[in-house]
Design a protein around this ligand. Structure first.
Ligand code: SF4
Ligand code: SF4
Ligand code: SF4
Length: 662
């Protein structure tokens, strides 16, 4: 049994990968894992079919290059022989004649150029012998290394059904060693990536693409080389080997067995189907000729953009030329050589199958993907898997991620957008509240300064005007003027008191208070017009709170008065008490005309009033604001004054800590 090496031939250039999952979709064995949003090739699982390198339009999937190694071998002056896969005629059309192509290789430094089609002829002889000797037995051909790897890794029980015959490349190498000894270094040139890991009987493997790079670097063109003959023996039927049924054409099965016993399948979908049906025993003793690519002329190491059937035509033209010009006696000579060559090989089981996850595990993954019923299974394939179920299995097996599901990711994205919009809205509100609060704080400082400066002289005015009033006789004309001074000075004192309240410079005298009772007392001081229906709603779980009763009565009374004034046409005025955690919440809501949005931002500013001149001091809501803040509470106002948008009215909401906050 040969040892199976795990050399990573294909890998991802992470910076180029755009995570489109095309490679995942096209990989026949799901050897590409997505980790943290990056596509990574799993060397153990990869069969080096090269599909991913073809389909990745970003050039993010690349294969190991061997140009340096081959250049080194040539530079060392060794006898380096080129072993050219028969599909070269399909890829290097510009050479025109095969001999020009051989001349280009010679100019590059290869001492001799051999056609691997010759090895295909040798291999075909072996297949003939094997199949004729085992008439009731079906085989899977073993000349495509990706197919061999697929069987070893994913159908290990079928390795006994692989033809135990080397590939044309190895057959050619063995022929050269037999006839030329061990000295020459052998370089295989072909369309295939998997060949790079097939055998150590050749020293290096390069693809046609790599050869093109070397020719370009050496400025070697068909126009500047001499035609050169390939080293004998030339390919015969083996020249048609790269196209499907090429191997069959090369075999001389007894009777008309080609059509009756041989099944051809090529490409990533069909070869797998054929192997599955073979494994299930449905194909009896059929011989399977399988190619991983759409024929070797379309392999991953060929030049991109080639036309499949034009390439096949070139191969067939070359085949006809070769068959017409086979030197006399070559076939006999080749048969003699083949009889002396050992062209057998063995295989090794390399089981890479991953056990199916349990239904329970798959169910959990599907739930994480937001798939709760069969209707959620879109099977759209955007994740790189045919069905949602297969994607879920791959996630459970550690090969994929939930985020690969496009509908899931779009849904997540929408949710994130909504959350961001909510956060932005909240941020705007907080920012506005902060600005308002800063503005009011500055005004508070200013108000405190003014009130402080006015307080002393005002005290003097009040005291002396009262003394003068006391001394003034009842009938003196001066008395009326003095009374006016006393009254206006008292009014000024109220204003200064309001400013001090707004500036939070007054003292708060906390006492345990029944909030329901406090509301009733406050309401009792108001005379409600007949067209206004006042209602007190109590939703408190506990009526007790620590507050300054006198100040808070002033606040409630003030808000109720405002509510009444806002409803000249009548309506409902509702005061609601509720609580939340450690807060007592007072809402006073009217059905009045509402406040304009421009005014709403300024309602708590001192001296701001929408009432006419002389009607009120403009300190009512400023005082209310100050008192609430002195209690370490919060006050908010909402209002609507556009009937076209629904009912109009204003609601003041006050939140007070139930227990005094130090
Ligand atoms: S095909 Fe694969 S490697 Fe290429 S960009 Fe898409 S996910 Fe990345
Ligand atoms: S080379 Fe083939 S098997 Fe390997 S990762 Fe690419 S598509 Fe899959
Ligand atoms: S719905 Fe999601 S999991 Fe299902 S196939 Fe589409 S992308 Fe994959």
């Amino acid at each position: 049994m040969e040892n199976v090496k795990h050399r990573k031939l294909v890998y991802t250039v992470k910076d180029l990968c755009r995570v489109c999952y095309t490679c995942v979709r096209e990989c026949p064995v799901k050897a590409i894992r997505i980790v943290d949003g990056q596509a990574e090739v799993l060397g153990d699982r990869c069969i080096a079919c090269g599909n991913c390198t073809i389909v990745c339009k970003q050039g993010a999937k690349v294969y190991e290059r061997s140009i340096d190694l081959v250049s080194r071998l040539i530079d060392l002056g060794d006898h380096v022989f080129a072993l050219v896969a028969p599909s070269f005629v399909a890829d290097f059309e510009e050479a025109g004649e095969p001999e020009i192509f051989a001349g280009m290789l010679k100019k590059l430094g290869f001492k001799e150029v051999f056609e691997v089609g010759m090895g295909a002829d040798l291999v075909a002889r072996e297949y003939e012998k094997l199949i004729n000797a085992n008439p009731g037995r079906g085989y899977i051909n073993s000349d495509c290394p990706a197919i061999v790897s697929f069987v070893e890794k994913y159908h290990p029980k079928l390795i006994g059904s692989l033809t135990p015959v080397v590939s044309p490349m190895v057959a050619t190498a063995r022929y050269i060693r037999k006839t030329r000894g061990e000295e020459p270094r052998l370089v295989f040139i072909g369309p295939c990536i998997a060949k790079k890991d097939e055998s150590d009987e050749v020293d290096a493997v390069i693809t046609f693409m790599e050869l093109r790079q070397m020719l370009t670097a050496g400025r070697i063109r068909p126009s500047n080389v001499e035609p050169t003959q390939f080293s004998p023996p030339l390919a015969m039927q083996g020249a048609g080997f790269p196209v499907s049924r090429g191997m069959l054409q090369s075999m001389k099965l007894e009777g008309n067995q080609v059509d009756q016993r041989v099944m051809v399948a090529e490409g990533r979908v069909h070869f797998q189907e054929a192997i599955r049906e073979f494994a299930d025993g449905h194909l009896g003793s059929m011989q399977l000729e399988l190619l991983c690519c759409e024929g070797c002329t379309m392999g991953p190491g060929t030049s991109p953009g080639g036309k499949k059937f034009v390439r096949r035509k070139r191969v067939l033209n070359h085949l006809h030329q070769r068959l017409e010009s086979i030197p006399r006696g070559q076939e006999k000579e080749q048969a003699e050589v083949s009889a002396t060559l050992d062209l057998t090989r063995t295989f090794k089981q390399d089981d890479q199958r991953i056990a199916d996850p349990s239904e329970d595990d798959i169910g959990k993954v599907l739930q994480r993907m937001g798939k709760f019923s069969m209707q959620d299974h879109l099977d759209c394939g955007a994740c790189g898997y045919d069905t949602c179920l297969n994607h879920a299995k791959a996630i459970a097996q550690g090969l994929a991620e939930v985020e690969m599901c496009l509908p899931y990711s779009i849904d997540q994205l929408h949710q994130t957008i909504h959350k961001l919009a909510d956060s932005k809205h909240q941020l705007n509100s907080v920012e506005q509240a902060l600005r308002q609060s800063e503005k009011l704080a500055h005004m508070g400082q200013l108000s405190a300064g003014i009130a402080h400066e006015l307080n002393n002289p005002l005290g003097v005015v009040i005291m002396y005007s009262n003394l003068l009033l006391e001394d003034c006789k009842e009938d003196q004309q001066l008395r009326e003027d003095l009374q006016l001074i006393v009254d206006q000075a008292a009014r000024c004192k109220t204003i200064v008191g309001g400013l001090l309240n707004f500036a939070r410079k007054n003292q708060v005298r906390y006492s345990r208070t029944d909030m329901v009772e406090l509301m009733r007392i406050s309401a009792s001081s108001i005379i409600f017009p007949e067209n206004i229906a006042f209602k007190l709603v109590n939703k408190l779980s506990n009526p007790a709170a620590e507050i300054d009763q006198e100040q808070m009565v002033q606040v409630i009374t003030n808000l109720l008065k405002n509510g009444v004034e806002a409803m000249p046409n009548g309506g409902a005025l509702i005061a609601t008490l509720s609580d939340s955690h450690d807060w007592v919440i007072i809402s006073i809501c009217d059905e009045g005309t509402g406040i304009d949005a421009g005014d709403l931002e300024k309602v708590f500013e001192p001296f701001y009033t929408t009432k006419g001149i002389g009607k009120g001091t403009g300190l009512g809501l400023a005082t209310t604001y100050g008192v609430v803040k002195m209690h370490r509470g919060q006050i908010d106002v909402k209002s609507s004054n556009k009937p076209e948008n629904g009912p109009t009215g204003t609601e003041f909401i006050i939140k007070l800590p139930r227990i005094r906050k130090l």
